[in-house]
Design a protein around this ligand. Structure first.
Ligand SMILES: [Ca+2]
Length: 331
């Protein structure tokens, strides 16, 4: 069945049968850059990418900002000035900055399964953390008034926050410290993400953090981060991305830092201070077309969908995506 695709419906990943996107990294820290083949784009070899793979990622960094509500616990990176942040102090979400999807089937474009709800069971702030929780409900939750896919209710609920129409920037360093729920073998169907979308344009998406969970029979990927740019959702699905395997620990094992530095003609991604991926107008002819104007932020924990697949009997619920802070710097 062809589903309606509202203007802002995410189509972050091509449907089955489309051009293959990802190549698994062969070793920790390796890059795999995949361009949409047949569209005049070429991939970079690992030699073309400047990747520092010797730094050790921070493991379970202490949440020292709890002692200083609203103020970053660490200094701004050299050359950058903090222009916006949320440290998630107190016991309530700052609604001046964030919208929370409610009774929402937003992820239907990706064949996702959860009803997105604005309630403490799915979105909460406490102990210096934002917690987005995916749940396997004891009885189906009817999602909004017109849920064509699941008119009798949905088994899963989760949360999505956006800063649309509230906080957006053109250029800057976008940074998050977060812990994903992607324990190996018990997280099939879970899909946390921190990503950017344009405030006015309909093209351009930057995925600063994406990762997908695994079932008992899946290869190990609990330390794998996926970072991607997309041009549009259809019809061309131009995208370029990398898989980055952390050198130690796992995404589920502790808090990690994920950042994007966006400057005119340049996008550079980091994980725990390690430069993981870079795109510019030379590597990506459509970069200046896709990344124009101001972009807002999204944080969500999707359940199911065409990329991660559905949860299985081993998937551990409730599952939480926890965010220590989101910060934006400019220079
Ligand atoms: Ca915090």
């Amino acid at each position: 069945m062809a589903l309606p695709a509202p203007e802002d419906e995410p189509r972050r990943h091509p449907p089955p049968g489309h051009v293959a996107r990802w190549k698994p990294s062969r070793a920790a820290g390796a890059l795999a850059i995949v361009a949409a083949t047949g569209l005049g784009l070429t991939g970079l070899s690992t030699a073309d990418a400047r990747v520092t793979d010797t730094a050790q990622p921070a493991q379970s960094a202490p949440l020292t900002d709890r002692a200083s509500p609203g103020r970053p616990s660490t200094p701004a990176p050299t050359g950058w000035t903090l222009v916006w942040n949320d440290e998630f102090t107190g016991n309530a979400l700052n609604r001046a900055s964030w919208n929370v999807e409610n009774d929402s089937t937003f992820g239907d474009g990706n064949q996702e399964l959860a009803c997105l709800l604005d309630r403490p069971e799915n979105v909460s702030v406490a102990d210096g953390l934002l917690t987005i929780t995916a749940r396997d409900e004891p009885s189906p939750i009817v999602c909004g008034g017109r849920d064509a896919r699941f008119p009798d209710g949905r088994r899963y609920t989760s949360g999505m926050l956006t800063t649309k129409n509230k906080v957006d920037f053109e250029y800057g360093r976008f940074e998050i410290r977060a812990r994903t729920p992607l324990a190996q073998g018990t997280s099939k169907g879970l899909w946390p993400a921190f990503w950017l979308r344009p405030s006015a344009s309909k093209v351009g998406e930057v995925d600063i953090l994406e990762a997908i969970g695994t079932g008992a029979s899946d290869p190990f990927r609990a330390n794998r981060v996926v970072q991607t740019i997309h041009y549009d959702y259809e019809p061309t699905f131009l995208q370029e991305g990398t898989d980055y395997d952390m050198l130690a620990g796992t995404t589920a094992g502790g808090f990690h830092d994920y950042a994007l530095e966006w400057a005119p003609g340049s996008l550079i991604w980091f994980v725990d201070g390690v430069r993981t991926f870079e795109r510019n107008t030379a590597t990506t002819p459509w970069l200046d077309t896709a990344f124009v104007g101001r972009f807002f932020m999204r944080l969500n924990l999707a359940v199911g969908g065409s990329w991660p697949g559905s949860p299985d009997a081993d998937t551990s619920f409730p599952a939480s995506f926890q965010v220590d802070f989101v910060r934006v710097y400019q220079r």
